[in-house]
Ligand binder design. Sequence first.
Ligand code: GRF
Length: 208
Amino acid sequence: KNLAVFVSGGGSNFRAIHEAILSGEVHGRFLVLVTNKHDCGGARYARENGIPVIIYPSTKNEPEGLSSNDLVAALNTYKIDFILLAGYLKLIPSELIQAYPNSILNIHPSLLPAFGGKGYYGQKVHKAVIASGARYSGPTIHFVDENYDTGRILAQRIVPVLVNDTAEELAARVLRQEHKMYAEVAAAICEERVIWREDGVPIIRNKA
Ligand code: GRF
């Protein structure tokens, strides 16, 4: 499958999936990276690996960025099958969601629907989990709709919250599972093992 990835930060999830592609675990390829920050770690890694970088959206800081219609047109030229959001902090425009129905995934570092939504990003998620006294957290991969963190859940992993955890420690423990889970989900997507149950719930079939 032809994949696009959207990144705003370090891009460790993108790297984990890219490495799984290189090792033959994921039968896909990244044809393009989209970012709102041209110099973020993810964008630099893409350039180092010969993956084209598109800036979106256009802002005062990123005047060379595209409009949403141009973004859809650019992705169409790459014949993208799936879009993976990996630490992309901007809302996805509705033009893109309509152009790629059930084909955009996001990863979030909490067990959604808990600790999701606009205010919950980065360390804020883990701080809120610790403050709540929850004993478990973990990443969620979900399909993307027009709001933050509300689309159908596809995969989750459980990670313990330890008694004296700092947000950094919990974030690191969750992130290790994110990398494994996103690579496994990307493999399932590329092998067409994601199926939609009659009631609209997406399920990953095990390898035959
Ligand atoms: C991850 O924790 C992800 O769940 C969240 O943003 C972070 C991105 O990390 N959406 P990285 O850029 O992949 O290292």
